[in-house]
Design a protein around this ligand. Sequence first.
Ligand SMILES: Nc1nc2c(ncn2[C@@H]2O[C@H](COP(=O)(O)OP(=O)(O)O)[C@@H](O)[C@H]2O)c(=O)[nH]1
Ligand SMILES: Nc1ncnc2c1ncn2[C@@H]1O[C@H](COP(=O)(O)OP(=O)(O)O)[C@@H](O)[C@H]1O
Length: 226
Amino acid sequence: MSKLFRAVILGPPGSGKGTISERVASSFGLQHLSSGDFLRENIAAKTEAGVLAKAYIEKGALVPDDLMTRLIIPRLEQMTRHSWLLDGFPRTLAQAKALNSICELDMVISLNIPLETLKDRLRHRWIHPASGRVYNMRFNPPQVQGVDDISGEPLIQHEEDKPEALVARLRHYKDMAKPIIDLYRAKGILHMFSDTETDRIWPHISSLLSSKIPTDLTDAQRATNH
Ligand SMILES: Nc1nc2c(ncn2[C@@H]2O[C@H](COP(=O)(O)OP(=O)(O)O)[C@@H](O)[C@H]2O)c(=O)[nH]1
Ligand SMILES: Nc1ncnc2c1ncn2[C@@H]1O[C@H](COP(=O)(O)OP(=O)(O)O)[C@@H](O)[C@H]1O
């Protein structure tokens, strides 16, 4: 059996993790697990962890590490037969250590995007809450203004994407991310990408993944995903 491929994508809010993860999932057949989307699914389904997490998210706080790892680790353990890309987790060193204890990562992609670019993008980010689909009113607008392309339902803007909350959130991210990035750099699996445009970063990520993921694996994954 082909070796599975496990990757993490790191970057501040608005850096393009979700956008790039979707491209990786469709081009390479990896399963994309977004911590934010998974939390929102749990909140919508009113699971025990979802109910607990909701209070933190609504306050604009991170979900505590023990709750977050209790939620994500079992989900990853259900994906043992798949190659995956994890987005939004780990967000703290404690989460990175919990992840280390259950699997060996093959690659970490870290997005390094200038602060001004992030602020500008998030101001224009709108999402479809039920699916997690993300739009940008300039970069990636919906076909009809304010409406999700697939379901036709209205789009919303996250409270935390509004300009007042942004600068503090981005600063907080930097502090939390530094030890995680150092950890993965020391393991020799970190790949950092710096630019203001996803479309300029994507070809580099795509060729890196092409060189690391055997094609028979991508074909096999695609076959099981469809
Ligand atoms: N202008 C512009 N917007 C982008 C680019 N890449 C992503 N976006 C938009 O920026 C916002 C944040 O991207 P997202 O993938 O949600 O980032 P995440 O928070 O890291 O998951 C979304 O509205 C995207 O559509 C880019 O290269 N240029
Ligand atoms: N790994 C995590 N640890 C703690 N809280 C998390 C984690 N991932 C997501 N969250 C919570 O869920 C919220 C939404 O996450 P996400 O969709 O990734 O949004 P963003 O990237 O815009 O912060 C976060 O603001 C945070 O409260």
